[in-house]
Ligand binder design. Structure first.
Ligand code: KG4
Ligand code: ZN
Length: 377
């Protein structure tokens, strides 16, 4: 393998990320700019704001990624960019913006096309979820196809059998919300500090709580498949928070108003919130465990040579999730692979790496024109 270098750009949700990666898996640089203050202000991702925030920082993020790798565009072999799925405003692959009535590419795609056009570089369109899965092959050199992937993030909850590059069989998906969405809403309702995303805040608070003190039911017990559902658990959590039952249990009227931030909660109130966080996390992850166990059985029937189950996506950076799934996977004779936390959450490295995998197989597009037609902006 004659080494080559790929720039990866990711702007599909609320992080603007870029990275430079060498084809041997060496990460030369990675930069992530997150929209933390926007998240607090709007209590979640607001697509139009996200798009504007991407356009404000994209040039700087890409420049920093190149500088940190001690490279210029001339040293690149190709540019890889996420083209879906994600917030449609942030990804728009169709060059059409109905609001402004002129042709318009998504922020990341536009930047990638500019660079590829001016420097005559091939361009590789990347599926965000494929990138989450394949980055595991960068961190674990021993990870061969076929393998199972559990991809858990804010917008997706997928179980797939990866048979080969580009050959994925969906074993299960969510019928409503993804687990990350449930973490984020639970964090919001519990009044946690949202300057960082909800997941890590719940993970931390849950350590103080007793997971068995509140009983939530495991979703989809009666469905003997590999699909997920988190809407019902979200409702259970909301009801528990609102419930006066907690009063009878001696908690008092704790966090009846979700607007009371946890920082100004009383000691008992904080503990009651921690109990809910712990109970929520236990059941949310139990649901993953059950589905993974079944997925392993299904997948081994199709591909008996499978040796690994990988987890990736933002929620896979959670230590409780990792340790629980490690038990399930080991019990079933496989090995768990999880990329380090900063490669689990959205990042440019996974995009660059997936670009490398595709480029090797000759799957890329020729350089776009150096100048887009006039009506493109
Ligand atoms: O993959 P990602 O960065 O973006 C999407 O593609 O959605 O995942 C973001 C999600 C958010 O819902 C966030 O709360 C969750 O991942 N997350 C976590 C943790 N870190 C991030 N959830 C649970 N525990 C964590 N430590
Ligand atoms: Zn993601």
């Amino acid at each position: 393998d004659n080494h080559f270098v790929v720039l990866g750009i990711e702007t599909s949700c609320d992080d603007t990320a870029a990275a430079v990666v060498r084809s041997n898996g060496e990460i030369l640089s990675q930069v992530v700019s997150s929209q933390a203050d926007l998240l607090t202000k709007y209590g979640g991702v607001a697509p139009k704001m996200a798009e504007e925030a991407h356009s404000q920082v994209i040039d700087q993020v890409v420049q920093e990624a190149l500088d940190n790798a001690y490279m210029t565009e001339k040293d690149l072999t190709a540019v890889a960019v996420t083209i879906g799925p994600g917030l449609s405003l942030c990804l728009r692959v169709l060059p059409w913006n109905a609001q402004q009535f002129f042709l318009h590419y998504a922020v990341g795609v536009q930047k990638a096309r500019q660079i590829a056009g001016s420097f005559k570089l091939p361009i590789i369109g990347i599926h965000h979820m494929e990138a989450h899965a394949l980055v595991a092959r960068l961190t674990e050199k021993d990870l061969q196809f076929p393998f199972i992937a559990l991809l858990i993030s804010g917008g997706h909850n997928l179980l797939i059998l990866a048979r080969d590059l580009g050959q994925y069989v969906q074993l299960g998906t969510t019928i409503d919300d993804a687990i990350g969405e449930a973490y984020d809403k639970t964090a919001k309702w519990l009044g946690l500090d949202l300057r960082r995303s909800g997941g890590p805040a719940i993970e931390e608070l849950a350590k103080e709580g007793n997971a068995k003190s509140v009983s939530f039911s495991v979703p989809m017990k009666q469905h003997k498949d590999c699909n997920f559902s988190y809407a019902g658990l979200k409702t259970q959590v909301r009801l528990a928070i609102e419930s006066k039952k907690m009063y009878d249990m001696g908690y008092g009227l704790f966090c009846s108003d979700a607007n009371i931030p946890i920082s100004s909660a009383s000691k008992e109130d904080r503990l009651a919130r921690a109990d809910i966080a712990a109970a929520f996390q236990r059941i949310a992850v139990l649901h993953l465990e059950e589905r993974c166990e079944r997925a392993i059985q299904w997948a081994l029937k199709m591909e008996p040579s499978i040796r690994h189950l990988i987890i990736s996506g933002g929620v896979a950076s959670n230590h409780y999730v990792r340790s629980r799934l490690d038990m399930v996977v080991k019990k079933n004779g496989l090995q768990l692979v999880c990329p380090p936390p900063r490669l689990c959450t959205d990042n440019g490295v996974m995009v660059a790496w997936t670009g490398i995998e595709h480029f090797r197989m000759g799957r890329y597009d020729p350089p776009p024109p150096a100048e887009e037609p006039e009506n493109f902006v």
